[in-house]
Design a protein around this ligand. Structure first.
Ligand SMILES: Nc1ncnc2c1ncn2[C@@H]1O[C@H](COP(=O)(O)OP(=O)(O)OP(=O)(O)O)[C@@H](O)[C@H]1O
Ligand SMILES: [Mg+2]
Length: 281
């Protein structure tokens, strides 16, 4: 899969006159990377993702792929959908065919691909999301976590360069979150660019290569250390500080962790701790 750089430039979006949700919001999705979009409820994460996917047209500003602006014509949107796919937060907004295999094949069939190419894509997507065993099942019988993974499989079957996931882990239990994250890791090995919106600062710190916070109608983007280490920004955005940064900073103060970059999750924090207990005197 080839890498494409998806950008949003100075987007202005509003649903009510004089009260824009986004006002001058810019974002660059790193090609081949993992970007987490963070923000409080109602900050505009879904709105931003919908603009990036072409399903919502901004009042001003533009979305571009490799610098080529998205055209909101039938043809332009069709071409954009082959590069960029959005998976909605609620799988029930996305799944509508009778069976899992039918649902996942819907997009590729719509592209007019021959049947065996569709079958290959569907099998590949179901395997990537570890839902092959569900292929023949009616979608309405699936658990919420299974439906979320099937909805992602439907987007993956389109082989997009950029996959946009709106809160893929929301409403999942810890083991389903781990399964979803493992699936995302496999997608990345497959060379996809993955963008995920989430409220979970801990998940963002552990997973993302870059983080974008939607705050005050704009986007602040940077490395996880820069963005999630900026306490004033986190307060403004109504987000908490990741626990690994708080604990890591304290352990550095106590001399129990070497200075430098803070650990990003429990595994990396434990690995950075001294391997034998300090001798008490
Ligand atoms: N179709 C719409 N019509 C009117 N207002 C809308 C519409 N879609 C979104 N909004 C408003 O835009 C603002 C941003 O909504 P959005 O769904 O983008 O936020 P979000 O960051 O995704 O929130 P959440 O974390 O709750 O999913 C909210 O105030 C919302 O009420
Ligand atoms: Mg949302």
């Amino acid at each position: 899969m080839s890498h494409r750089t998806l950008t949003a430039e100075r987007l202005v979006v509003g649903f009510e006159r004089a009260r824009p949700v986004l006002d001058g919001a810019s974002l660059t999705v790193p090609a081949g990377g993992r970007l987490a979009i963070l923000g409080a409820n109602g900050s505009g994460k879904t709105t931003l993702l919908r603009c990036l996917s072409g399903t919502l047209r901004p009042a001003a500003g533009r979305v571009a792929v490799d610098g080529v602006p998205l055209e909101h014509s039938r043809r332009g949107l069709r071409a954009h959908r082959q590069e960029v796919q959005l998976v909605l937060q609620d799988p029930d907004d996305q799944l509508f065919s009778a069976s899992v295999a039918q649902d996942v094949s819907f997009g590729p069939l719509n592209l007019g691909l021959p049947e065996d190419a569709v079958r290959t894509r569907v099998a590949e997507a179901l395997t990537l999301l570890s839902v092959d065993h569900l292929a023949g099942r009616p979608t309405h019988q699936l658990s919420y976590g299974e439906r979320k993974r099937v909805a992602i499989a439907g987007a993956v079957a389109m082989r997009p360069c950029v996959l946009l996931l709106d809160e893929p882990t929301a409403g999942l239990d810890p083991s389903a979150v781990a399964e979803a994250m493992a699936a995302l890791a496999r997608l990345q090995e497959n060379d996809s660019t993955v963008v995920m919106s989430t409220h979970d600062v801990d998940l963002a710190l552990s997973w993302a290569e870059e983080v974008a916070v939607v705050v005050d109608r704009q986007v602040v983007q940077g490395t996880p250390d820069e963005v999630l280490g900026d306490d004033a920004l986190l307060v403004r955005a109504r987000l908490g500080r990741p626990w690994a940064m708080t604990l890591g900073a304290r352990l550095q103060e106590l001399g129990l962790l070497p200075g430098g970059a803070l650990p990003r999750d429990a595994e990396r924090l434990l690995a950075a701790l001294p391997q034998s207990p300090a001798v008490r005197t």
